[in-house]
Design a protein around this ligand. Structure first.
Ligand code: TXA
Ligand code: MG
Length: 310
């Protein structure tokens, strides 16, 4: 076990020394490293067992920091007015921005966000450098929404700044600015409709084949140990992940939201999959989730978790 950082200052000291430290954001816990330190970023890939071609989100404390990393068009600036928040922007990288190549996997674009979490913002400001942070889980496993899940996932080998459970519980929405167009690369904690409504700009969906070149959209990416059956009624011997009104079930069961609230369901998604996994079932039946608003992100994660492993 590593010593846990007891304060933002202690966590910042670890990061400034080139070590990893997991930290809370409003979406999920991130496995942070100084994004300008190639060795530190490489140890993110090693610790997660993450394929090298899968670039990382760069977390900034404020817009001034973000502007040192990427070129902001007027449209990008408009989207950035939604920061801090659960929205990641993919923008052209600014040459000589100091980011380690491994952090962006050598792409000439960079994925940036300003998280809406006081500890995350204090931490980035205290480090004084942008932090590369993928979700703090071994590659291909569930994203953690508590410090305890991070500790368990990495068997206590990664220090964690504990900020309690994450509010959103699902990763950020990723938007690429393409000239005058906005394209959603990953559904996430902010619904596409909400972005459209708040900005008055249409957000297109990325075509499936484009998703292959947007790494990280690897099909099987959020896999629990158990297999998943989607849009299903539970059978004896299975575990059951319910949504809304659900009949009692004899086996391990969680309800994402008895009230049928998609926000609550998104927040509970990974925790409840973790819990059902820990209950030892080899199959989890998952109730249908409406494919609207945050249901889009929930169903995306569920489909990846259910995809054939290979
Ligand atoms: O909520 C979140 O976004 C969490 C918290 C910790 O901030 N982070 C997170 O990071 O989910 P990660 O590394 O698990 O997911 C990063 C995603 C991947 O799908 C990756 O392929 C994509 O961002 N990405 C990064 N840079 C990109 C780029 N230049 N172009 C397209 N996609 C990019
Ligand atoms: Mg992840």
């Amino acid at each position: 076990m590593t010593d846990e950082p007891k304060s933002v200052a202690e966590a910042a000291a670890l990061l400034r020394a080139g070590q990893l430290c997991a930290f809370p954001t409003e979406t999920v816990y991130g496995l942070g490293a100084d994004a300008t330190d190639a060795d530190a970023v490489l140890s993110i890939y090693e610790t997660k067992g993450r394929p090298r071609f899968n670039p990382l989100i760069i977390h900034c404390a404020d817009l001034a920091m973000a502007e040192t990393l990427a070129e902001f068009s007027p449209l990008a600036r408009r989207v950035a007015s939604l920061w801090p928040g659960s929205l990641t922007l993919v923008l052209p990288a600014r040459p000589g921005n100091g980011l380690a190549d491994v952090a962006t996997a050598g792409l000439d674009s960079v994925a940036i966000r300003i998280p809406d979490h006081p500890l995350a913002l204090q931490l980035i400001a205290a480090v004084g450098r942008p932090l590369a942070a993928p979700s703090a889980n071994p590659s291909g496993r569930l994203s953690p929404t508590t410090a305890e899940q991070v500790r368990r996932g990495f068997a206590g080998r990664v220090p964690v700044l504990d900020g309690g459970p994450c509010q959103a519980g699902v990763e950020s929405t990723i938007i690429r600015v393409e000239g005058e167009r906005l394209v959603q690369l990953r559904a996430g904690a902010v619904a596409r409709e909400e972005i459209e409504r708040r900005l008055g700009v249409a957000v297109a969906l990325a075509e499936k084949h484009v998703a292959v070149t947007a790494p990280g959209m690897l099909v099987s990416h959020y896999a629990p140990n158990a297999l998943l059956r989607l849009n299903a009624e539970p059978r004896p011997g299975e575990a059951y992940l319910a949504f809304g009104n659900a009949a009692a079930f004899a086996g391990p069961m969680r309800n994402l939201s008895p009230a049928g609230d998609l926000h609550e369901a998104a927040r509970n998604l990974f925790s409840m999959l973790h819990e059902l996994d820990a209950a030892g079932a080899s199959m989890i039946a998952v109730a249908p989730i409406p494919d609207e608003r945050l249901g889009e992100a929930i169903n995306d994660r569920l489909q990846r978790a259910a995809a054939p492993r290979g």
